[in-house]
Write a protein that binds this ligand. Structure first.
Ligand code: OAD
Length: 237
């Protein structure tokens, strides 16, 4: 393997699957049980805010109980021993942080955070939210929402993401089905910048043909092995 200086890693639900967090599009995934239009759009929230709160209350509670797996830990180890790693995650869980990653972009927001639609303040949040929750900052009741990006909303930090994609020489996509844009388009952006592109996933994603290299298997196996290859090439350079 060549040695790489600026590595961008895109992660999706498959990375957290072996920690016990549900993926979205697998046969037992979240979108097999819930209609995304009801629980993950601004329109769904406007129509039935309490139902949307209950969906995210359930996810928030389940996220509080899970632990990072060997793949999250391997990515934190890579960051600590490389110096040029940025992780962009579509996951709203806090497992990258729990593993020790710090160079991290939560493009779809965070389940353990709440946002006041009135004053725009963000708050760490572990309790349930409801239509009766008051914002701790402006005290307005009924304007709190999960700080997650819904379909139809613009993902967070897109300018910073474009910058790191323009400058990377290795792009790795892990545990994502490649169904949701703009994240699904990052591989093409990285490739246009001259980066080597790699998919690590249980199975070929929608965009599999866009990657120059692919390794298929559970994240807890393929990610630590790939991280070791990157670090040994980097250290021998
Ligand atoms: P998906 O559920 O669409 O895809 C998960 C991918 O992970 C699939 O390709 C699986 O094959 C793979 N996978 C499952 N278990 C795995 C394992 N143990 N190891 C490696 N790979 C595994 O999830 P995302 O691509 O993350 O957005 O979904 C993208 C976005 O769609 C989410 O952020 C969410 C969702 O709707 C919003 O809610 C806005």
């Amino acid at each position: 393997m060549a040695s790489y200086d600026r590595i961008v890693i895109l992660t999706g639900a498959g990375l957290s699957a072996e920690s016990g967090v549900s993926t979205f599009r697998d046969p037992n995934g979240i979108w097999a049980k819930y209609d995304w239009r009801d629980v993950a759009t601004p329109e769904g929230f406007a129509k039935n805010p309490q139902a949307v709160h209950e969906f995210y209350n359930m996810r928030r509670r389940s996220h509080a109980e899970v632990k990072p797996n060997a793949a999250h830990l391997a990515l934190a180890h890579l960051e600590a021993n490389h110096g040029g790693v940025t992780i962009i995650t579509q996951n709203v869980d806090a497992l990258h942080e729990a593993a020790g990653s710090t160079s991290l972009i939560h493009m779809h927001g965070q389940a353990l955070q709440a946002l006041c639609a009135k004053c725009q303040h963000r708050h760490p949040w572990r309790d349930d939210l409801s239509i009766e929750t008051a914002c701790p900052s402006c005290k307005v009741v009924g304007a709190m929402r999960p700080d997650v990006v819904w379909f139809g909303e613009i993902p967070y930090h897109m300018e910073r993401i474009s910058g790191v994609l323009r400058n990377c020489d290795l792009f790795i996509s892990i545990g994502t089905s490649g169904n949701v844009y703009p994240a699904a388009g990052f591989v093409a952006e990285a490739r246009a910048s001259g980066a080597h592109t790699v998919e690590l996933n249980l199975e070929p994603s929608e965009g599999a043909s866009l990657f120059q290299e692919a390794i298929y298997g559970p994240a807890t196996q393929v990610v630590p092995a790939y991280v070791e290859k990157i670090l040994s090439a980097h250290n021998n350079y």
